[in-house]
Ligand binder design. Structure first.
Ligand SMILES: [Zn+2]
Length: 342
């Protein structure tokens, strides 16, 4: 009886130390990779989301680093692989969950914006549904296995395969002062030159839509970052993603050193995304990422397949081009340009 009691205590102590994400179980001092299994559903078979967990030897927060929410955004995916190889649990306080590619079907089928099984934008379906479509089922697992288990989250994006995008990040203000201070500190310490101050995200926890908003509505500081463009894999973008994520780990005291701060960021307080109003067409951009544009300036236009002009894209104010679509295909409701002003 005593023996059983002692065993129960030991089992309990051991189980408290095990940190599990999907199939990956670690104890302090371990780094392991594996998968979060997303069960098959009505529209597809099983999906395996690759993750690495670095379980530090010292106490500290749980930081989730997510990439590949959009499957054609490569520098963050490449940076996550490098980070997972470099991070050593012996030098870490707390735990790092790395989601290498969240939207695996989009990554493998090379689709921009949409998941190829249900044609949903994966960053609009959170918190997901356990018995929903492919995107919703993956989102549900990311919510329960990653977002619910972390204390802080960085959602690493870049310009999608069709987006000529300058580096910037989104700071989402929630109205909860304590949370907003911590989130703002993440935004400043990730340290890109431009921060978009976002105030319009939904507060509905059942329809949180975005990965970072799902974390924020659960009280966890989170930002979305944008580094890279047009389906490219520039080394400078990969290194910039790594600098940002290392900065966050330093800021949170998870690794030694001070954040490498290179910019006093400028804040974009307002922005507009101008969308196509026509079922289909060819898009012609007239400016590039980072260009300063003036109110009333023609920044792009849409034609039909025969060259007839369908829609002019006019800048709504003096501002900066955060991204512009740089490839011809254009469907109704899709973004054509995002312009911000300071
Ligand atoms: Zn994205």
């Amino acid at each position: 009886m005593l023996c059983l009691f002692v065993m129960l205590i030991f089992t309990d102590t051991f189980s408290q130390e095990v940190f599990q994400v999907g199939e990956v179980k670690t104890v302090p001092g371990e780094k392991k990779s594996g998968y979060i299994i997303v069960p098959a559903g009505f529209d597809s078979g099983e999906v395996k989301v690759p993750v690495t967990v670095v379980n530090g030897t010292k106490d500290g927060p749980v930081l989730a680093l997510v990439a590949g929410v959009h499957g054609y955004e490569y520098p963050p995916v490449l940076a996550m692989t490098k980070l997972s190889m470099e991070l050593d649990p012996a030098n870490i306080a707390g735990k790092v969950i790395i989601v290498h590619v969240a939207n695996v079907p989009s990554f493998l089928k090379r689709t921009v914006y949409y998941n190829p099984y249900d044609w949903q934008n994966f960053n609009r379906v959170f918190p997901g549904k356990v018995d929903g479509s492919n995107s919703e089922r993956i989102a549900c697992q990311i919510t329960t296995e990653v977002i619910d288990k972390c204390d802080y989250l960085i959602d690493n994006h870049c310009g999608d395969g069709n987006e000529d995008l300058m580096r910037y990040l989104y700071y989402t203000e929630t109205g909860n002062p304590e949370l907003d201070i911590k989130t703002k500190a993440l935004a400043i310490n990730f340290n890109l030159k431009v921060i978009v101050h976002e105030t319009g995200r939904t507060k509905d926890i059942e329809k949180s839509m975005y990965v970072s908003n799902t974390a924020l509505l659960r009280g966890k500081p989170a930002i979305s970052t944008e580094v890279g463009k047009l389906g490219q894999t520039d080394e400078s973008d990969v290194l910039e993603v790594m600098r940002g994520n290392y900065n966050i780990m330093k800021h949170l005291g998870m690794i030694d050193g001070e954040p490498d701060i290179r910019f006093e960021s400028v804040w974009v307080e307002e922005y507009q995304i101008i969308r196509s109003e026509h079922p289909e067409g060819l898009y012609y951009p007239l400016v590039s990422r980072g260009d300063h544009v003036q109110k009333g300036q023609l920044v792009g236009y849409l034609t039909d397949y025969f060259g007839n002009r369908l829609q002019d894209v006019i800048s709504p104010y003096d501002g900066i081009v955060l991204y512009i679509i740089a490839t011809p295909p254009m469907s109704e409701g899709e973004p054509m340009v995002m312009i911000g002003r300071f």
